[in-house]
Write a protein of this length. Structure first.
Length: 313
């Protein structure tokens, strides 16, 4: 098992830069999240041997090679991170399957010991500790069981919230659009109806616009209908001038660097997790680590059982 950073360093060939000196450092994310492009004089014309492929003399040539290098490095790093994530997930399942029952047994023994101690002493503090130990063992009911029919993924239904706070359940407000709102709506519907479009793109634009008009009219929002009328009168927004090839390449490099930085954070979280930390203790033989932990847990179970037997006498 290797961490993503280590696997990436092994996967990348020595001299990550491309011919002509363009390179993206392997630690681009850690160095401020920017892909670097450097140039060195190696005694031959720039881009020698590649001019036919990238276009000799084009200012974007070096950027194109840097983008290709950064893309390849990112692919290798993504593979390393995903591989490590799978290792962590697999080890987590094995850990739960093999050691979960032992942890559960220890928790149950701790609860029984606390209850036996409280029964013997009658001390309020011991009783409190026993209750807490038992609560840790008892399964918690799910949200669906507690609030069946009262809530959804967005939270409590309005009716349920009103009932829980002793508020009367209010019927939905009835909207009556004003005469002006009806007039605006009819005018917009006539002008912007999708059936008036001659091209598919224009039809989609009109459908999206009419959807907004319908929503405003349903709420009786006269002010918004006026804004929509002004928007339609102004006409479609002209297409913005696209970026230059160089700007697109710089944007691509920036995205690649941001993606690498995000993956670095994911890898760090995996490595610093409890399962990731355990994997680092025995990277070559994690199964042996599970066996060692199991032996320790079995010893603890035997100690707890002996302590409980002594309390119960």
């Amino acid at each position: 098992m290797t961490t993503p950073e280590a696997e990436q360093s092994q996967a990348e060939p020595a001299g990550a830069g491309t011919p002509g000196g363009a390179e993206v450092p392997a630690g681009g994310a850690e160095q401020g999240g920017e892909a670097q492009v450097t140039a060195e004089d190696d005694g031959r014309p720039p881009f020698s041997g590649e001019a036919e492929n990238v276009g000799e003399g084009r200012p974007e040539a070096r950027l194109e090679r840097a983008v290709r290098a950064a893309e390849q490095a990112l692919i290798e790093y993504e593979i390393a991170v995903e591989t490590f994530r799978v290792e962590v997930d697999n080890f987590s399942r094995l850990h739960h399957q093999k050691l979960g029952p032992m942890y559960a047994r220890l928790d149950e023994l701790d609860a029984q010991i606390a209850e036996a101690t409280a029964a013997r002493t009658g001390d309020p503090e011991d009783i409190r500790k026993a209750d807490e130990a038992r609560a840790r063992v008892m399964p918690m009911p799910g949200v669906e069981e507690l609030f069946h029919g009262w809530m959804d993924g967005e939270g409590l239904f309005p009716e349920a919230a009103a009932m829980l706070t002793d508020q009367p359940v209010q019927p939905p407000q009835r909207v009556r659009p004003s005469d002006e709102a009806r007039k605006l709506y009819r005018e917009l519907a006539r002008k912007a109806h999708p059936d008036l479009a001659q091209e598919e793109a224009e039809r989609r634009r009109r459908e999206e616009f009419i959807t907004r008009v319908n929503a405003a009219y349903a709420r009786g929002d006269e002010a918004l209908l006026r804004e929509l009328a002004e928007e339609w009168a102004a006409g479609p927004v002209p297409k913005e001038q696209g970026p230059t090839p160089a700007e697109e390449l710089y944007a691509r490099l920036e995205w690649l660097a941001q993606r690498k930085e995000m993956l670095t954070l994911v890898a760090k979280e995996l490595e610093e997790s409890a399962i990731g930390a355990m994997l680092r203790l025995a990277p070559e033989d994690p199964d042996r680590l599970l066996d060692e932990i199991a032996e320790q847990l079995l010893a603890q179970v035997a100690e707890r059982e002996a302590e409980l037997a002594a309390l119960l006498g």
